[in-house]
Design a protein around this ligand. Structure first.
Ligand code: IVH
Length: 680
């Protein structure tokens, strides 16, 4: 394909991908299968690799890809991002309506039209579009100046990189919606509760602190210096307002929101046009009840005057507009009493104090336990047994103790003391300098053994169904299992010794254990329960090394050179395999027939990992397609045009202009034989 044809095809692909992206991430109603979508993306990526000069920042391939930065640049907003004054009761809402009518000199009995919107609990950002292209994204900051987080916001799939100027996916409607030369759109970036739960699960497994609520998670994610991290956080957005705009003007706020929708922005589907303040009040009470039924957190409702002309007449006072108000819902908090503080032992030996509380309902869920994280946290909040405490729950998240109500103390409360021996095995406890977490150092501690096996069999590890925590407890108590490898030596008669175990169930469990042998390398690595190695790191290691023995043999230094494997993870892996017991378990797992298969050709061990090659001229030993296939199988990339990014040009018989270009650019040129030697 020549460059002109490539440019046309690239444009076509971008439009298609943008449209399908919109169907998936904005409308939540995809029309393509994942495989069909991937095929479009692959074709575009390949064409752009061939013609790098045709890459533009708004190409869908560029959502990730920017390099990590050292800091964010300050960004001055063209118009300040104001905040809202609050109302906490119906009376305050009515007072807001009266104030507006008085200032506008409207009859108190007449109606002012409002738009009622959910108040999303995330963080405010501003998006600038020039001729329909996303150019800059910034945090609110102090309202006048924020931080330029464009590269991070590009990774948010529901933020359009290019706006639609006519209805996408339809032809011949003749309808067009002109794009303004310049416009700044405001919205709330947030994280869905399910996504927060997923991230917190991963963080907990990796021994990292979890996010207390979706807002902290969203704020932490958009301010990551590495956009690749932001990209994995699956953030979302709802846009709710127009800032500075040139070349557009709307009569009403509601019309503005509809225009946003046509351009391809994601607006909240629950927004309602209300004919007066009473209707807005109904919206508020409806959502006060329904707030737990949506997959993200809201902390209230925003009521806005619909007519832009009226908004302009009302103006702003201090830093809030007079035409809008936030009706705040009560936080999902309750008070209860701490009856006891127990210490649980996890699979890495970490001792976690847990508050056992008088059961109480918070946002529709009964809560009776809350993690207190560690001793320092208990001391910081000064939580004592018998204390009355405020607890809160953000969606699906583990409840937490916010604070102690000190006024309720009677003097009978007992401060918590961390046990100096493991509460389960009585073994020694270690708390390294500078670390918050105390650990039981006995790797044979039954609590650790149990948690390690529970983890090993869990759904995202070896997925051994039917072996629940209760069975594992019994297997350990009967001395039948001490580590994950022992599971594979179990015989029917062993299982029959357990309570409530019949032949049928025993066989079912053994069959399920047997099925677990057939697994992937990444699941296997994850299943080992190495500290700091969650599912994602396991996948990275599997893709890089392709075999468990290579990972076992790798030094921390070598591991640390793998992208996405930091020094802490690298140390932890080396430390794990330095332990003879752990190496023994791995060896026994393999000899018992566990067969972890690599899903891809290893990129790290492969000779051509990350290398780009170009073939030119006629090859004697294979066709060009076969040679290119070989390159890809070895982790490399085969392209058809030579650039500074090319690592090798393999020149066959009668090589022409590409060979000359390679020499010009100083790219290494290989003969076909040299290429064969290199890969064999
Ligand atoms: S309008 C001048 N609409 O609430 C109007 N804000 O307390 C300013 N927020 O900083 C904002 N959902 O982060 C508006 N539908 C919504 C909102 C919303 C969430 C946040 C926003 C703002 C804060 C003000």
């Amino acid at each position: 394909m020549d460059e002109r044809a490539a440019a046309r095809r690239i444009e076509e692909l971008r439009q298609q991908i943008n449209y399908h992206n919109y169907r998936y991430y904005v409308l939540d109603s995809p029309v393509l299968s994942d495989a069909q979508y991937d095929a479009l993306m692959r074709e575009l990526t390949a064409l752009e690799a061939e013609y790098p000069n045709l890459i533009t920042p708004d190409s869908p391939t560029q959502r990730v890809g920017a390099a990590p930065s050292a800091a964010f640049e300050p960004y001055t907003h063209r118009l300040p991002l104001l905040s809202l004054s609050n109302a906490f009761s119906y009376d305050e809402l009515v007072a807001f309506d009266h104030r507006i009518k008085r200032m506008l000199e409207i009859d108190p009995e007449a109606d002012v039209e409002y738009v009622a919107e959910l108040k999303i609990d995330g963080l405010a950002i501003s998006l600038t579009y020039v001729d329909g292209r996303f150019t800059t994204g910034a945090t609110r900051g102090d309202g006048f100046s924020g931080e330029n987080i464009t590269t991070n916001l590009r990774t948010v799939k529901s933020i359009p990189l290019m706006l639609f100027a006519s209805p996408p996916g339809e032809t011949g409607t003749g309808e067009e919606f002109p794009l303004p030369e310049l416009m700044e759109v405001r919205g709330e970036v947030f994280m869905q509760l399910e996504e927060l739960a997923r991230i917190n699960r991963e963080r907990e497994e990796a021994g990292e602190p979890t996010f207390a609520n979706p807002r902290n998670a969203a704020a932490g994610s958009v301010r990551q210096l590495d956009p690749a991290v932001t990209s994995k956080r699956n953030l979302d957005i709802f846009v709710y307002g127009l800032g500075f705009a040139q070349g557009v003007r709307f009569e009403t706020h509601f019309a503005t929101l509809q225009a946003f929708k046509r351009w391809g922005f994601k607006t909240n589907p629950n927004t309602r046009l209300c004919k007066n303040i009473e209707a807005a009040g109904e919206f508020i009470s409806e959502w006060g009840e329904k707030r737990a039924s949506i997959p993200y957190d809201i902390d209230g409702v925003v009521i806005k005057v619909n007519a832009i002309a009226l908004q302009e007449r009302l103006g702003a006072v201090a830093r809030s507009p007079r035409w809008a108000i936030a009706y705040k819902f009560p936080a999902m908090q309750e008070t209860t009493i701490v009856r006891d503080i127990l210490v649980s032992v996890g699979r890495t030996g970490a001792l976690t104090p847990v508050a056992i509380m008088e059961p109480v309902e918070v946002g529709g869920v009964t809560v009776s336990r809350a993690t207190l994280h560690n001793e320092d946290e208990i001391r910081r909040k000064d939580i004592r047994i018998g204390d009355t405490v405020v607890i809160q729950r953000a969606g699906d998240v583990i409840p937490e103790v916010v604070q102690v109500i000190v006024d309720k103390r009677t003097g009978d409360e007992t401060p918590f003391v961390m046990p100096d021996r493991c509460p389960v095995c009585g073994g020694e406890i270690e708390k390294p300098e500078g670390e918050a977490v105390a650990r039981c150092v006995n790797i044979a501690c039954p609590a650790q053994v149990k948690e390690r096996i529970v983890h090993f069999t869990s759904r995202n590890a070896l997925n051994i169904e039917g072996v629940g925590p209760a069975h594992i407890d019994q297997l350990i108590a009967n001395g039948l299992v001490r580590d994950p490898a022992d599971l594979f030596t179990l015989k029917p008669e062993d299982l029959l010794k357990l309570d409530r175990m019949g032949e049928k169930l025993a066989n079912k469990i053994l069959a399920s254990i047997n099925k677990g042998k057939d697994t992937t390398l990444s699941r296997f690595i994850y299943a080992l329960g190495i500290r700091h190695v969650g599912e994602h790191t396991a996948q990275v290691l599997a893709d890089y090394y392709g075999a468990i023995d290579k990972i076992e043999a790798a030094s921390a230094e070598e591991l640390g050179t793998i992208p996405e494997v930091g020094p802490v993870i690298a140390e932890s892996i080396e430390h794990f395999f330095a332990e003879p017991h752990n190496r023994g378990v791995v060896a026994r797992l393999l000899s018992e027939g566990v067969n972890p298969k690599a899903e891809k050709v290893a990129t790290g061990g492969a000779v051509l990992a990350g290398k780009t090659l170009v073939f030119t001229g006629t090859l004697a030993h294979s066709t060009r397609e076969e040679a290119e296939e070989k390159v890809r199988a070895l982790g490399g990339k085969a392209t058809s045009s030579v650039s500074r990014n090319t690592d090798f040009v393999v020149a066959g018989e009668n090589a022409g202009s590409k060979l000359a270009k390679a020499r010009d650019l100083g790219v290494t040129v290989l003969t076909e034989q040299e290429f064969i030697d290199m890969i064999s």
